[in-house]
Write a protein that binds this ligand. Structure first.
Ligand code: LMR
Length: 394
């Protein structure tokens, strides 16, 4: 049987993790996978997470199964974090999932069940696992223009022209904030135009929000998601706690389906629970319990928000330092986009050849499409990167 397997293409982000590990150079710089690193290069366990884990260890009396949708308290806490009061809770079906990827996968499976002929529209570019999962599930997909490689900002005219082609019932995948991989985001006015267009077309939004709190703040980053949830009869929201709680390996995510009314919500809830049962039965609980403990305890929540804010501000400082250093070295403002971008990533907008040159000659690892993880930098490595970017002729 196994002889019939075909070699599969490597995931380009994860392949980079392996290549970085194997590089013997001491001064190598990892700007690949989207993992936050502090100034000493560590990915710390957040203070509130440590405390929540301590409490769980002390107080937990059972490891018996939760429910197929996960602990209802987690669903409620996450609904509040992501959606606040933008939509009545009776309209929201939710299931805990293994990470944000699990939520995306379940969202796509739900779409495949409810609308097998729908095309899922993805930004070009998007997180590579989006098209990979869609292809694996055998679903229809199409791309809409998103990034202007000359300005390194959103090509809004191109995006609107492409979205004008969508058919009623098609699904449009949007990044809730901190676009991955580009770091370029729509303005509020542009987003309002996208919403109107999608409404006119009868599209269903699918929002991937994996970086809430990494861009402009917890509430600000959820604005688009909340706006969409309140503007459509139906939308799907895949949220991840990997980054904003720093619990990457705990696999903590949630899929929320906003339904038209409570009857439709009941059907969506039953279907989501069914999908969990088919794929892995009960979703992981530890990370979800940590998140619930933090979000429902005012003191822990305040500490978590404070540490997340420090993280966010740290990334903004690094963005500005890099933009300033490149301005100084090139005597031009062509890298100013780095300071405008938000979230963990910025797409430098250079060729795979120059990305390879940066790796081979300078030990700087970024994804082949020139996506850099800004959180992989620190005050010492910013000038090194800037110098290498200029030396490589980017
Ligand atoms: C990334 O884009 O680097 C992260 O979301 C990690 C991953 O799973 O790809």
């Amino acid at each position: 049987m196994l002889e019939h397997l075909q070699p599969l293409p490597a995931d380009k982000i994860l392949a980079l993790v392996a290549a970085f590990r194997e590089d013997p150079r001491d001064d190598k710089i990892d700007l690949g996978v989207g993992v936050y690193k502090d100034a000493s290069g560590n990915t710390p366990v957040m203070r509130a997470v440590k405390e929540a884990e301590r409490r769980i260890l002390a107080d937990q009396t059972t490891k018996a199964y939760t429910g197929l949708a996960g602990d209802p308290a987690y669903g409620a806490a996450m609904r509040d974090l992501v959606l606040a009061d933008s939509v009545a809770s009776e309209r929201v079906a939710a299931v805990a999932t293994p990470g944000g990827t699990g939520a995306i996968r379940q969202a796509l499976e739900l779409i495949r069940m409810a609308a097998p002929d729908a095309t899922v529209w993805l930004s070009n570019p998007t997180w590579p696992n989006h098209p990979s999962i869609i292809k694996y599930l055998g679903m229809k997909m199409a791309e809409y223009t998103y990034f202007d490689s000359a300005t390194r900002e959103v090509d809004f005219a191109g995006m609107m022209a492409d979205l004008d082609q969508i058919a009623a019932g098609d699904v449009v995948l949007l990044h809730g904030c901190c676009h991955n991989p580009t770091g370029a985001n729509l303005t509020a006015d542009q987003m309002a135009q996208v919403i109107t267009l999608m409404q006119n077309k009868g599209a269903v939004p699918l929002i991937d929000i994996a970086y809430q709190g990494f861009g402009d703040g917890l509430d600000e980053d959820a604005k688009i998601t909340r706006q969409i949830a309140s503007a459509f009869d139906n939308c799907l929201i895949a949220a991840s706690c990997s980054k904003n709680f720093g619990i990457y390996r705990e696999r903590t995510g949630i899929l929320m389906a906003v339904a038209k009314d409570s009857a439709q919500q009941g059907l969506a809830q039953q279907t989501l629970a069914y999908l969990n049962r088919q794929n892995y039965s009960f979703p992981p609980d530890h990370g979800a319990r940590v998140v619930t403990t933090i979000l429902t305890d005012p003191e822990l929540r305040a500490d978590w928000e404070a540490e997340l804010e420090e993280t966010r501000m740290g990334m903004l400082v690094l963005r500005q330092q890099l933009a300033d250093e490149l301005k100084r070295l090139t005597n031009s403002d062509r890298f100013d986009f780095l300071a405008h971008h938000r979230g963990m990533f910025s797409r430098l907008g250079t060729t795979p050849e120059l990305v390879e040159k940066l790796r081979a000659e300078h030990g700087i690892y970024m994804v082949g499409d020139s996506r850099m993880n800004i959180a992989g930098l620190n005050a010492q490595t910013v000038p090194i990167l800037a110098k290498a970017i200029v030396a490589a002729g980017v």
